[in-house]
Design a protein around this ligand. Sequence first.
Ligand code: SF4
Length: 136
Amino acid sequence: MFKPNYLKLHKSGELDKIIVKLYEILESCELCPRRCRTNRLNDKKGFCRSGKELSISSYGPHFGEEPEITGGNGSGTIFLTNCNLLCIYCQNYEISHLGLGKEVSLDEAAEMMLNLQGRGCPYGCVDVCSSSILRG
Ligand code: SF4
């Protein structure tokens, strides 16, 4: 039976260490190659316009990928707001450039992930525009 890796990390105590390390990075953000050194814990925003809080545009099963990825239930997809790339031809322009979405708590985000997992979406969650976002 499939067991998510985070359960193993949680049990070993490794997950707590990773969370501490990631929050340290946010104090002078170098989470992506832009290396803005913005203090996101003070809710200052760097190039990606992401601050301290997590913002999500939508989530759900996604069927727009190859069948090997989506399976019968769709891939579990979370559209995170903002992006550190800001490609001019981005197909998710309103989300990545204009910041369409709403701030959610970590508990709410966890609920979304567990909801997708419970719906049988393969490969856990596929986050869109995730490189500038901390995932605890
Ligand atoms: S994640 Fe955002 S704030 Fe951090 S370095 Fe990249 S663009 Fe800058």
